[in-house]
Design a protein around this ligand. Structure first.
Ligand code: F6P
Length: 542
């Protein structure tokens, strides 16, 4: 099957995307899909109807439909950790039973959601207060999935934020917690310690710093702490009152956890009703993913186009380019979602992957990226498949002209990438400016755009909580489909462990412990250099 696709890829390299449009006036319609008000356009790629059929057959042969049902039904598809993968249960607002080991998890999910709602209402209405009055600021301390989801969604939904101000601390670099706390009043601040394991060194260190900051002003700092975790024993040991602990189960992966307790800061900011809209958008995408035929199924199509570009055509990266300033953290969020999920080197059974695993994902909002790295996307020697996102409507009606300009820029980029500019066109353009002869020839080639560069566009009506829920769930399921076809376990992350272990071993050396013989020369030299900096800092010699 992959051999057929490779052959199809070889043929595709010879093809001009523009020609596909001139040979088929229905291409834009036939190579796009609509669902839930979203439009996914993949017509500006080299995919033909035969290629699409082959990709869909691949998805079927890989057992995507059956594994999808197994995931929603609570089967332990995260085999290396022996866990179910049920972030969908967190947004299963219907409450229909979902069984794990024969137990319905929904009563627990809905109970926690109700507790979060009650807490959010109390805090937002001023019934739950800090020791200096109503809570004005919330600091979410977490990292990875316990940070990026809330950070991304909070920025995305700024127009809907009418609760306390929310701040996010993630980095173990003390500068982060310092700079966030510096502007806050401890008597009216709530600190949320967000960690699935409640053992992540960055989060626990920052939480200790925040506790000391609060203890310097308050007699009962613990009253202004809440915890979000699946490790209830550790939250109790840390001294957080169970009434402010919101637990979740190990079948929620960190990078898939925004829908439950890890979303508490978002719920505090936008209110429980809008948070429910966010969940219901994702729930609608779950239904679409389960019910729509593969050829019209947005997550399936998004995954297949991704496989076409990376595994079939060999383009190593994928740029995510939201033309929506408030989605500025979406690329970072997707980096974790996609690269921590599908950046693996072995298949589920431990055998070496025979195909490249997931691509490098990167990006920035447009139009900013246009003035930074689009040069390479248009004229560099590597092809970068682009994923544009654009909303039909903005939130600033008095700036509709700016929104029109934003949309025009987005559409212009995908068009320019596909169309390019030939040498003849470049020459004609320069001639029209009065150049001729050698001067014209010297300039012309610099103004050629090869074109034929692929992109897809996801268009949505307006970035509301429900639409954001749809988009995030769409990307989650895309990762699932890609991972299933590649035979990867998308739900573990062993690749982050080694660095964590070594950091724990190296930290004491910076406090004067003697290095063992297993330390390499480079690390030793860097330790000596940085260790000297530590000594200077301790001596106050800065
Ligand atoms: O180190 C990676 C990771 O385990 C991520 O998968 C996770 O989102 C992050 O660390 C934070 O983990 P926790 O929520 O347990 O603190």
């Amino acid at each position: 099957m992959w051999d057929d696709l490779r052959r199809a890829g070889t043929a595709a390299r010879e093809r001009r995307i523009l020609d596909l449009f001139s040979h088929d006036e229905r291409r834009a319609t036939d190579f796009s899909a609509r669902a839930l008000g979203l439009l996914f356009d993949y017509s500006k790629t080299s995919i033909t109807a035969e290629d699409r059929n082959a990709l869909i057959e691949l998805a079927k042969a890989a057992g995507v439909p059956a594994r999808r049902e197994a995931m929603f039904a609570g089967a332990k598809i995260n085999e290396t950790e022996g866990r179910a993968v049920l972030h969908s249960a967190l947004r299963n607002l219907s409450g229909d039973p979902v069984l794990v080991d024969g137990q319905d998890v929904m009563p627990g999910v809905l109970d926690t959601l109700a507790r979060m709602r009650a807490f959010a209402r109390a805090l937002r209405s001023g019934t739950f207060t800090g020791q200096g009055g109503a809570i004005t600021d919330v600091v979410n301390i977490g990292i990875g999935g316990s940070d990026l989801g809330p950070v991304m969604a909070h920025a995305a939904l700024t127009p809907y934020c009418d609760g306390p101000r929310c701040h996010f601390v993630s980095n173990v670099d003390g500068a982060h917690v310092h700079d966030v706390l510096a502007g806050l009043d401890p008597t009216t601040t709530l600190v949320i310690v967000a960690s699935k394991t409640f053992s992540t060194i960055e989060t626990m260190t920052n939480a200790e710093t925040a506790r000391a900051w609060m203890a310097a002003s308050l007699r009962e700092p613990g009253r202004q702490f809440a915890a979000l975790s699946s490790n209830l024993e550790a939250t109790a040991d840390w001294g957080i009152d169970p009434s402010r602990v919101f637990g979740f189960e190990d079948w929620v992966g960190g990078r898939y956890s925004i829908w439950g307790p890890i979303g508490l800061s978002l719920m505090l900011a936008i209110g429980p009703e809008r948070f429910r809209d966010f969940l219901s958008g994702a729930e609608a995408m779950d239904r679409h993913f389960r019910d729509a035929p593969l050829a019209e199924n947005l997550p399936v199509l998004l995954a297949l186009v991704g496989l076409w570009h990376h595994q079939v055509l060999g383009h190593p990266t994928r740029a995510v380019l939201p033309y929506e300033q408030r989605l500025l953290r979406l690329p970072a969020y997707l980096q974790q979602l996609e690269m921590e999920s599908n950046g693996k080197r072995v298949a589920m059974d431990g055998s070496d992957l025979t195909l490249p695993s997931g691509p490098i994902v990167w990006g920035e909002p447009g139009t900013n990226g246009q003035h930074a790295f689009y040069q390479l996307i248009h004229q560099g020697t590597q092809v970068v498949p682009c994923e544009f996102l654009i909303g039909a409507e903005g939130h600033e009606p008095d700036q509709a002209h700016q929104h029109r300009l934003l949309i025009a820029n987005c559409l212009a980029q995908s068009k320019a990438l596909m169309r390019g500019r030939t040498l003849a066109e470049a020459r004609a353009m320069l001639a029209a400016k009065g150049l001729s002869g050698a001067a014209l020839e010297r300039q012309a080639r610099h103004r050629v755009f090869p074109g034929n560069r692929p992109s897809v566009t996801l268009a949505y009506p307006k970035l509301t909580p429900a639409v954001l829920g749809q988009i995030v769930a769409l990307y989650e399921h895309r990762v699932f489909v890609e991972g299933t076809i590649l035979g990867i376990n998308s739900y573990d992350q062993w690749g982050v462990e080694l660095g964590k272990e070594l950091a724990l071993a190296l930290a004491p050396l910076l406090e004067g412990a003697v290095a063992g013989p297993d330390i390499d020369g480079s690390t030793r030299a860097l330790l000596e250099y940085a260790g000297a900096g530590q000594t200077r800092a301790a001596d106050g010699d800065q």
